[in-house]
Write a protein that binds this ligand. Structure first.
Ligand SMILES: Cc1cc2nc3c(=O)[nH]c(=O)nc-3n(C[C@H](O)[C@H](O)[C@H](O)COP(=O)(O)OP(=O)(O)OC[C@H]3O[C@@H](n4cnc5c(N)ncnc54)[C@H](O)[C@@H]3O)c2cc1C
Length: 399
């Protein structure tokens, strides 16, 4: 049985392990973090297409039951005017729209599936170096241990060591100029927002929130900022970000200031993306997910793309006569779609920057309802959400 070393226990890694096991491969999964709880993080939108991949693994319903269904997004101006409501999923088919979950919940659902299928994760295994020869590929970890397999799949996120091994000149992630700062909150008397998230083009910054049935608020803001040192941004305590956000959103309508007043568990993440990585594989090594096409969170698609990669790569390895052909087929199928999403998500991000002068803000508030009205029926993005993967069909991999 061929063996795959999978590096990274985020979203792409566990999903790839589950699909490859179905494809008849032996898999070994390695994660740098010392234990599962260390994943933390805030929350994320798992889109219709990501849910379809989870369905192939029998995990869709379990995740949806934990999350907040949000087939719609309501857009509000900083003057408390409803600008429009748009589908957060395929136009005309809102029930198949997205679900918002705590990041931990997605990790837990994937991790439990690994355990149920008898797949172990080696925690505290930080990949440092890769060696390859005609017989196999060896991953060397920071603690001095190593592992050997037939192929190595880098699911090691935006700062990927694997991407750099494949191509030492691979591009660095590009900083968007925006931070994503978010957390959780409870505001007495604040009504739940069933089936939607609310987005506010605030006077001095963009703000989004939803209220679950149990009253818990998930919120985020996108302040502009010069590129922070990644480690430094993690060290800035939540209170410091909160003080800044309370000031920035002080003039925004109810319940924005109240959500910020009651906020807890604040986290801050600089937003990066990778619009084009020239080389996705070399020899026995291939990269997936954020490691090769990190996308800004604006389109809510990063985790869903990582899930799609997992299914397509595993299907290619199942059906191709060689790993080299499988990697080529995987790249051919995934690159155009992934690069399109990164670009689209960037374009959304540009609308989130503060509107500038009063005149510019007034113009935006005037034009957005027209744009949003047409977006409600616009099926231009349906191919993003309606992407399905025929796992049971043999992939056609001839050049
Ligand atoms: C603030 C924010 C909000 C987001 N919101 C959304 C959203 O709403 N919807 C959405 O779909 N996406 C969202 N995303 C993007 C989403 O989180 C990513 O696209 C997704 O997690 C990618 O999965 P991945 O497995 O490729 O990478 P990751 O989830 O980053 O996992 C990579 C894993 O590899 C491990 N690792 C790294 N280096 C090594 C190493 N050397 N050795 C071993 N292990 C290593 C890491 O510890 C990590 O566990 C958001 C991202 C951010 C930053």
């Amino acid at each position: 049985m061929p063996k795959a070393l999978i590096i990274g226990g985020g979203v792409a890694g566990p999903a790839t392990a589950l699909f490859l096991q179905k494809a008849g491969w032996d898999v070994a999964l390695f994660e740098a973090r010392p234990h599962p709880e260390a994943h933390g993080g805030l929350f994320l939108n798992v889109a219709t297409n990501g849910l379809a991949v989870l369905d192939l693994l029998g995990l869709r319903d379990k995740l949806v039951a934990l999350g907040h269904r949000s087939p719609y997004m309501q857009m509000w101006s900083g003057r408390d005017r409803l600008l429009g409501t748009v589908p957060n999923g395929p136009a005309g088919d809102p029930e198949r729209g997205s679900v918002v979950v705590r990041r931990d919940q997605l990790h837990t659902v994937l991790r439990e599936a690994l355990v149920e299928n008898g797949l172990d994760t080696t925690w505290g295994a930080r990949l440092e170096r890769i060696d390859e020869d005609a017989h196999g590929v060896t991953a060397h970890f920071a603690d001095g241990t190593s592992a050997t397999g037939d192929v190595l799949i880098g699911c090691d996120g935006v700062g990927s060591v694997t991407r750099r091994w494949i191509d030492p000149a691979a591009p660095d992630p590009q900083y968007s100029g925006l931070l994503s700062v978010g957390g959780f909150s409870r505001v007495p008397g604040l009504e739940p927002t069933p089936r939607l998230q609310r987005m506010i083009f605030g006077a001095r910054g963009f703000f989004g929130y939803l209220v679950r049935e149990d009253g818990e608020v998930y919120w985020f803001a996108n302040p502009t900022s010069p590129e922070p040192d990644r480690a430094a941004s993690r060290r800035i305590p939540g209170d410091a970000w909160l003080a800044e956000l309370r000031e920035l959103h002080a003039d925004d309508p109810y319940p924005v200031p109240q959500i910020l007043d009651a906020a807890t568990e604040v986290g801050a993440y600089p937003i990066y993306d990778l619009p084009h990585v020239p080389h996705w594989h070399r020899g026995r090594v291939v990269v997936t997910g954020d490691a090769v096409h990190a996308t800004s969170p604006n389109a809510g698609q990063g985790a869903s793309l990582a899930l799609e990669d997992a299914a397509i790569l595993a299907r290619s390895l199942r059906d191709a006569s060689t790993y080299a052909r499988a990697f080529e087929a995987y790249e051919q199928q995934r690159r155009p779609r992934a690069e399109e999403v990164v670009k689209y998500s960037r374009a959304i991000g540009r609308q989130k920057a503060p509107g500038g002068s009063r005149f510019a803000v007034a113009m935006r508030d005037l034009m957005l309802p027209l744009f949003l009205r047409s977006a409600t029926k616009n099926t231009r993005n349906n191919h993003l959400y309606n992407h399905t993967i025929a796992w049971d069909e043999t992939a056609r991999l001839d050049p």
